[in-house]
Design a protein around this ligand. Structure first.
Ligand code: PEP
Ligand code: MG
Length: 315
């Protein structure tokens, strides 16, 4: 009995009132795909392509990339797979993209900024992704990291479409992108909020530095207010706003994020079960109540406590 129960397909992520909240996996390798599916991932919300090439001295060829992406997409037939183009730089330097040392790499040439200066690498990657999508049944979405401006958004989405990508969006990881999310989303098919970097840049606290770890808390209302901006822009334009940073893996914060307008959540697969259970306890208006309580708190700890006490009154 136990074995058959374990084998039953997991229900898709949803709130108590049936509002769907697709629960997706963050992956850094194709090897993790089978586990993600077993743990109930409905697709992939963030595939970190730079992890495929961290040790590469030279840029991977389009054909090698196409083979990798085809294996990834084949593991998710008829499912959404959101692939991020190379986020090279800062905590993830790639030898073939980041060639000059910087004194402040988190504020330097990383993500889309670095890729623009290495445009042949970006073109090869987009070409390989489009070819892999054409050869499989997965629904491929492609997004760019470290977007700060509308102009970068237009550059990326235009190039992606030119090279055969059907759905092109951006990550919201900078306060700039969040504050002008309405303008950014007008130039993109979707947004996905990277709360790790969004928190780092909002709080001006290096995500790798233990001495400022207390500031690196996505519960901080400053971060939540930026997320609310993006959620509102997405709702106004009918465009998806996912969350793919670690914040989505916190079961209570996941409810708050949906209350702020997130339409899907992506996380490491081990977190899926707890987040699924938590979402199923609240309807959408209750999620918004939790979000409102957190938004007006004085700090991260207070925001969590306010959401927890609002939740305790509901369930
Ligand atoms: C993020 O910044 O939240 C994110 C998902 O990207 P990464 O952690 O890979 O920088
Ligand atoms: Mg990031």
């Amino acid at each position: 009995e136990r074995a058959s129960r374990a084998a039953a397909p997991l229900a898709p992520g949803a709130l108590a009132d049936g509002t769907p909240v697709p629960l997706l996996a963050n992956l850094g390798s194709v090897a993790g795909a089978a586990d993600a599916v077993r743990l109930g991932a409905e697709g992939v919300g963030l595939f970190r392509t730079e992890f495929l090439f961290l040790d590469a001295e030279t840029a991977p060829t389009a054909s090698r990339q196409q083979a990798e992406y085809t294996r990834l997409l084949a593991a998710f037939p008829r499912r959404k797979v959101v692939v991020r183009v190379l986020d090279a730089g800062a905590d993830k330097p790639l030898a073939f993209v980041n060639d000059a040392p910087e004194s402040n790499p988190a504020l330097g040439l990383r993500g889309i900024r670095a890729l623009r200066r290495a445009e042949p690498v970006l073109r090869d990657q987009l070409t390989a992704l489009a070819a892999a999508a054409a050869a499989t049944e997965a629904e491929l979405w492609v997004m760019a990291p470290m977007i700060a401006t509308v102009e970068e958004t237009r550059y990326f989405t235009a190039l992606a479409k030119e090279l055969g990508i059907r759905v092109a969006g951006v990550m919201v990881e900078t306060p700039s992108a969040a504050l002008i999310a309405d303008r950014i989303l007008a130039a993109a098919d979707f947004a996905s909020i990277g709360t790790n970097d969004l928190t780092q840049y909002t709080m001006a606290a290096d995500r790798l530095l233990g001495t400022v770890a207390a500031l690196q808390d996505p519960w901080h209302p400053a971060v939540l207010r930026l997320i609310a901006e993006v959620g509102a822009a997405g709702a106004a334009q009918g465009k998806p706003v996912g969350i793919c940073g670690e914040a989505a893996a916190d079961p209570l914060l996941a409810v708050v994020l949906v209350g702020l307008g997130a339409t899907s959540l992506s996380m490491s697969p081990s977190a899926l079960a707890d987040v699924r259970a938590s979402l199923s306890r609240f309807n959408l208006s209750e999620a918004k109540t939790l979000a409102r309580a957190a938004l007006v708190a004085d700090g991260a700890l207070e925001a969590r406590a306010a959401a927890a006490s609002a939740a305790a009154e509901i369930v």
